[in-house]
Design a protein. Structure first.
Length: 212
């Protein structure tokens, strides 16, 4: 099976599954494929909308019933969740509408919103609106990227798949760099927390009465 055949037969399912977990990259690539004529742009948007919306609804309900414990298991999740709670306290509606655009906070946000016990209907409506905007913007972003490149490349179809590979490689590099940064932040936070705990224990020990 060639790449073109795979995209034509399984492209929409791949978009749905990928966006269920995360991923504006696959939506951009799918929009690019739509410009090549391998996919329909309207079905690309619909697949991205349904996948993203469904996934975040699931994460929200997981967050409502066990988000605090899940977030507490990983230091990076704790750090990101604290940022989410600060934004949520000041700009609740705006955050729910736009969290898909916050790289680094995007995955933990629906868990944190659920853990904060935001009303179900409010999240449902705002999540649907946000997913719709997100799906349209990134789908057409990929589509018009292909259209723009076609104007500047004589043999456009010859280089199209190399361009797509470059986009995916760049996205993978950004993801790796972000994970490294988050891991460093978690280690620094753990070191500071350890130092504070040791200092507190030392103070308590210093205040104990001398042994008899």
């Amino acid at each position: 099976m060639t790449l073109e055949q795979f995209v034509t037969e399984y492209g929409y399912l791949a978009i749905f599954l990928w966006t269920f977990v995360e991923g504006e990259t696959v939506v951009i690539v799918a929009g690019f494929f739509a410009h090549l004529g391998l996919l329909d742009i309207n079905l690309v948007m619909l697949s991205a909308l349904v996948g993203s919306f469904s996934g975040d609804q699931l994460y929200y309900y997981i967050g409502r019933h066990g988000g605090v414990k899940l977030i507490a298991k990983r230091k990076t999740c704790q750090l990101n969740a604290e940022k989410v709670y600060r934004i949520l306290h000041r700009h609740q509606y705006f955050l729910i509408l736009t969290f898909r655009f916050y790289y680094g906070l995007r995955n933990v946000t629906p868990f944190a919103i659920g853990a904060a016990q935001i009303p179900r209907i409010r999240f449902f409506v705002l999540n649907l609106i946000g997913a719709s905007i997100w799906a349209v913007l990134f789908s057409y972003g990929g589509y018009y990227l292909g259209q723009t490149l076609k104007q500047y490349l004589d043999d456009y179809h010859r280089y199209a798949f190399y361009i797509l590979g470059g986009i995916m490689l760049l996205a993978a590099l950004i993801w790796i760099v972000k994970r490294i940064q988050l891991a460093r932040q978690a280690r620094r936070a753990a070191t500071v927390e350890f130092a504070v705990d040791n200092s507190a224990n030392k103070d308590r020990n210093d205040n104990l009465p001398p042994p008899i």
